[in-house]
Design a protein around this ligand. Sequence first.
Ligand code: SAM
Length: 224
Amino acid sequence: METSLFVVPTPIGNLDDITLRAISVLRDVQVVLAEDTRTSGKLLKHLDIQKPLWSYHIFNEHKKVDEIVAKMKEGQRFALVSDAGTPAISDPGYLLVKACLDAGIKIECLPGPTAFVPALVKSGLPTDRFVFEGFLPHKKGRKTRLEILSQEKRTIVLYESPHRILKALDQFIDHFGPDRPASISRELSKKFEETVNGTLLGLKTHFTSHTIKGEFVVVIGGAN
Ligand code: SAM
């Protein structure tokens, strides 16, 4: 059976972080499904690839899935990309993958860039067992989630936005304690990449007096 959906990871900062296979798949498919057609258009232009780009994001995915699956059944090959990193990892993708599998359509996911792996590895915290929590709920359910996570023994990996990071660190200190080992990586693969390792309190002190810019991954050691 031919593959109809290729999930294609794209760079999280450094444009060189695209695999040779990702490039050849993007060249080969008939349509690229993109979270933001302008962002992916720039990447395709950089790679010198011209392809029809269809918009596919959290606000239209429920509406689009059936149409895409129908086209796949007619023999069209699609690549799914998000703005950065691996689709379906805190990005649209899950719904389409599930719909393809339910319809008996063959999918492939190329290995490639994603922000949480380099952040976890650079944290120096145990990598043998970890939980990926993506973005915590902003309001409803956040406190409950933090209470559950405070008992978690595995390393915890979270995504957080720059404008919420200081408040989030205060909440982490409240739930996990100030001395819990932790790490923050920002601007991974970019010019101003920075990883700060220490305790939750140490990170709060650091980021209170340093730049809070870029995208952040937070890694927290598990409970003893
Ligand atoms: N699909 C992406 C992946 O595979 O990592 C994640 C997309 S999610 C919408 C965006 C979040 O990923 C950011 O808020 C940040 O937490 C993290 N992120 C993405 N790029 C990053 C980078 N270069 N450095 C640090 N964190 C990054």
